[in-house]
Structures are given as structure tokens and as C-alpha cells.
Design a protein around this ligand. Structure first.
Ligand SMILES: Cc1cc2nc3c(=O)[nH]c(=O)nc-3n(C[C@H](O)[C@H](O)[C@H](O)COP(=O)(O)OP(=O)(O)OC[C@H]3O[C@@H](n4cnc5c(N)ncnc54)[C@H](O)[C@@H]3O)c2cc1C
Length: 227
């Protein structure tokens, strides 16, 4: 047993290279964060946090690292940090720290790359990603239900470098990257090529067909908003 809070890791550290989020940073601390004026993506923090179906206790006690390590498809901190090109620093029990992009950290429903005894130490969000524009769409089967689909798009101020991140609808995060803003048809083609009909998550929060429908619908909305 390891008392992670007792390790005293700083919650949020701003530097020229970006934002270091300590794994023990509480969700409420991330919610209250206001970064440098040119970090246009910071409001996405609250939008993702709001899509987490949380009790008062979770809001004040749950950690960003706990949400990522829980590795649920609807883990909104996974969506946030994957969309903003986050990189996890992992501390193996015996050995040197290693780095893994958030988008590769979660490998399935309740599954991730952590090895026995390994800790998630922090997540680094690069300043370049924090300076991007974003669009987000979230849908649930019922009004305050867990996310059935959470789709986030980001692009650089010049409208290129478009990145679309799909979570909740799929067992693990799926991310598409385009050097330039794609057309609606090109985006739809890419989703179909990389995300087959049987690649959607089947649980009480929505059938795979419903989640696929939301994914198409939200992805196009996100693309159109940023274009
Ligand atoms: C009412 C309610 C609604 C919820 N809604 C959602 C939801 O919509 N989406 C969602 O994703 N979850 C949801 N949850 C589940 C869960 O509470 C959240 O995912 C929460 O964010 C987990 O954070 P935590 O800090 O409490 O993690 P913990 O429960 O403390 O940890 C989760 C797991 O990760 C491990 N772990 C934690 N930190 C680290 C670390 N730094 N390194 C290695 N391993 C670590 C723990 O050992 C444990 O196995 C909900 C729970 C409740 C009760």
C-alpha cells in the first residue's frame, strides 16, 4: 500500500514548456486553474470536468491520476489529457521513469499499460497544445448519465494541425490527426477506416450503434465549428 497524497507531489506546475499535472492533483484543483492568457485551451478543463458524473465527494477528493488509472471509457480526464497531447510519466517499482502518451496509456475498458507496482507520477500538457483552439461535444443516454460519447477537436490558430479525440464511445481513446482541416467526407472516411462498427463500447450507457451515431454526429459538429 502506498499513500500517494503523502508523497507531496505538486498539483499544477506551469513552465514555458507547458503544464505539469501531478497525478495526485484533485479534480477541483484542475477546475480552479487559470493559466497564462495565451493558453486558449484551459477552458476545456472545466468542460471535461463537467462531463464527469460526480458526487460532491468525488469532486473534492478524486484525483486526475486516479481517473486516468481507473481507465474507464468515460474517464473525462483521459479525454482531456489525450486531446491536449498529454504525456504520462510513469515510475516503475524498480527502474528509470518512462514516458507514455496518454492516448496510448489506456488500452481498454479498465486496462492500461501500468506494470505491477508502477505509479503514474504526472501528466505533461505541452504549451503548444494549450495554445490551440478547441471544440467539444458530449452526449449521454439519459440527462445526467455517464458519457456515451465525448468528442474533442483541437487545431492550431492557423486552422491546420487538426486533432480529433474520441472517448467514452470506444473502450480506449481514439485519436485522428490531420495536417490540414479535412472535409466532412474525408473525416467520415477516416473514422470508418480506423474505427470499424465493432470498435465501439457496448455497455449500459448506450449500444455500439448509438455510440457510433453520436461519434459521427459530434465529430462533424466539432470539425465544422473549428473550420
Ligand atoms: C457517483 C459516481 C460517479 C462516477 N462517475 C464517473 C464517470 O463519469 N467517469 C469516470 O471515469 N469515473 C466515474 N466514477 C469512478 C471514479 O470515482 C472516478 O473515475 C474517479 O475520478 C477516480 O479517481 P480517484 O482519485 O478517486 O481514484 P482511486 O479510486 O483512488 O484510484 C483508481 C485506481 O487507480 C489507482 N491509482 C490511483 N492513482 C494512481 C497513481 N498515481 N498511479 C498508479 N495507480 C493509481 C488506484 O490504486 C485504483 O486502482 C464515478 C464514481 C462515482 C461514485
Amino acid at each position: 500500500m502506498i499513500d500517494l497524497q503523502g508523497l507531496g507531489w505538486p498539483a499544477l506546475t506551469v513552465s514555458a514548456s507547458g503544464l505539469e499535472i501531478g497525478a495526485t492533483c484533485r479534480i477541483v484543483e484542475l477546475h480552479d486553474f487559470t493559466g497564462p492568457a495565451d493558453w486558449t485551451a484551459v477552458p476545456l478543463f472545466r468542460r471535461c470536468i463537467d462531463s464527469l458524473l460526480m458526487s460532491f465527494k468525488i469532486w473534492n477528493a478524486a484525483t486526475v491520476g486516479g481517473n486516468i488509472c481507473m481507465s474507464l471509457p468515460a474517464g473525462a480526464m483521459i479525454a482531456l489529457t489525450a486531446a491536449l497531447e498529454g504525456v504520462c510519466t510513469l515510475w516503475p517499482r524498480n527502474g528509470a521513469p518512462r514516458e507514455v502518451p496518454v492516448v496510448e496509456f489506456v488500452t481498454g475498458n479498465h486496462a492500461n499499460v501500468l506494470r505491477k507496482g508502477e505509479l503514474l507520477r504526472s501528466i505533461h500538457l505541452p504549451a503548444t497544445a494549450l495554445k490551440k483552439r478547441f471544440a467539444i461535444r458530449q452526449g449521454s443516454l439519459v440527462h445526467i448519465g455517464r458519457s456515451a460519447a465525448l468528442v474533442i477537436g483541437t487545431c492550431s490558430p492557423g486552422n491546420d494541425d487538426f486533432r480529433l479525440t474520441i472517448t467514452a464511445a470506444t473502450p480506449r481513446p481514439v485519436q485522428f490527426h490531420f495536417a490540414e482541416m479535412p472535409t466532412a467526407a474525408a473525416l467520415r472516411r477516416t473514422i470508418d477506416e480506423r474505427l470499424p462498427a465493432d470498435g465501439y463500447f457496448d455497455d449500459v450507457n448506450g449500444s455500439p450503434a448509438y455510440k457510433r451515431h453520436l461519434t459521427y454526429y459530434f465529430s462533424e459538429q466539432v470539425r465544422a465549428e473549428l473550420a
